[in-house]
Design a binder for this molecule. Sequence first.
Ligand code: AN7
Length: 355
Amino acid sequence: MGVIERYKDYLPISDKTPVISLEEGGTPLIKADAISQKIGEGYDVWLKYEGLNPTGSFKDRGMTVAVSKAIEEGSKAIACASTGNTSASAAAYAARSGIKCIVVIPEGAIALGKLAQALIHGACVIAIRGNFDDALSIVCELTEKYDAALVNSINPYRIEGQKTGSFEVADSLGCAPDYHSLPVGNAGNITAYWKGYNEYKSKGKINSLPKMLGFQAAGSAPIVDGHVIKDPKTLATAIKIGNPASWKQAEAARDESGGLIDKVTDDEILEAYKFLANMVGVFVEPASAASVAGIFKKAKEGYFPKNKSATRKNIVCVLTGHGLKDPDRAIKCLKHPVVVDANLDEVVKEAGLIG
Ligand code: AN7
C-alpha cells in the first residue's frame, strides 16, 4: 500500500484523483544501539531508512501526491530542478503515469546513480552550466510560462506527501520522538515532517511534538550563516543548495519546536557515513549521514542532557537516500580491493585467517 492509500484522510485526495503509486513509504525504523551509545545515557536512536523507497529516497512520498494531482489537474508534463533525487523520483513517477518529465540539473554535480535513474526512466534531462539554485529559478519560470507542472518542493503537494514520514515514525514508536534529526537542503523535508507531527497531534494521535534538528553542510549552510550562499560547496551533492525554497518554513519548524539548525563539515559527514556503514550496517548517501553527523556533534557539545528517568528518550534520524545512489563516494573514501594471485594461500594470508 502506498502513502496515498494509507494516509488518504490526511491528504488532499478525492475519489477523482488518479493515484499514481509505486508502493512508496512503509520504510523501516531501525534501532541503532551503536549510535545511541555515543549520544549518552537514556537515549535510543532510531533510523528512518528512506533509502528503501522505490527510487531510493524520501522524495517518492511527495512525488506520488504531486504527480497524481498534476494528472488530476490535466497536466501533460512535469518539470523539476534537482540535485539528483527529485529528478530520479519525478522521472519514475512520470514513466509510471505516461507523462513527459523535464529535468534541469547542475552540470557535473549529480551523483551517478541518480543521473542513471533519470535517464533510464526516459526523462528529458538537461544539464546547465550553473548550480541548483540557477536550475530552480529556470524551472520556476518555465512552469509559469509553459504547460508543465512544477514538482519541486515549492509544490505544496510534495510537502503533503512527505509529511507521511512523520506519521509512520509516530505509528512505529507509538508516540512522537523527543528529537527529530534530518539533513536540510531546499528545506522541504523539515517543513513536511513538522507539518505532519503537528497534524497528528491535533488529531490526537500523539500528545507531544519533537524538537526539530536540521543539519546543513558547512559549505552550503545559508540558514545557519544567515545569508544566501552564491557558490555552495560540499561533497554531499544532494544538499549543495545556497538559497533554500522553504527557508522561512524551516526557521518556523526550528523555532516552534524549540529545536535548532546547525551545520556539519564534510569530514564530519564522511565520518558518520562510514560509521553507519561499518558499525550499524546501513549504507546511505553522504547527505543523509548529515542527520547522524549532526547528533554526534551536538552530543559532543553536551546538547543532550543525561536522562536518568525510567523512560528512555527517542531520537529519530531520517536517512534520506540510499548509499548506492553515489557509489563513487564510497570507493573514493576507502582502500580499493587488494589484488593477489589466484590461489588459496594468498587469499587466506590477505584475509588474516590463521589455520
Ligand atoms: C538524500 O533532489 O533537493 O531539505 O533536488 O536528496 O527537503 O531539500 C534533494 C534533497 C536530503 C534535502 N537528503 O532535503 C533534489 C534535492 C537527500 C536529498 C535532501 C535531499 P530538502
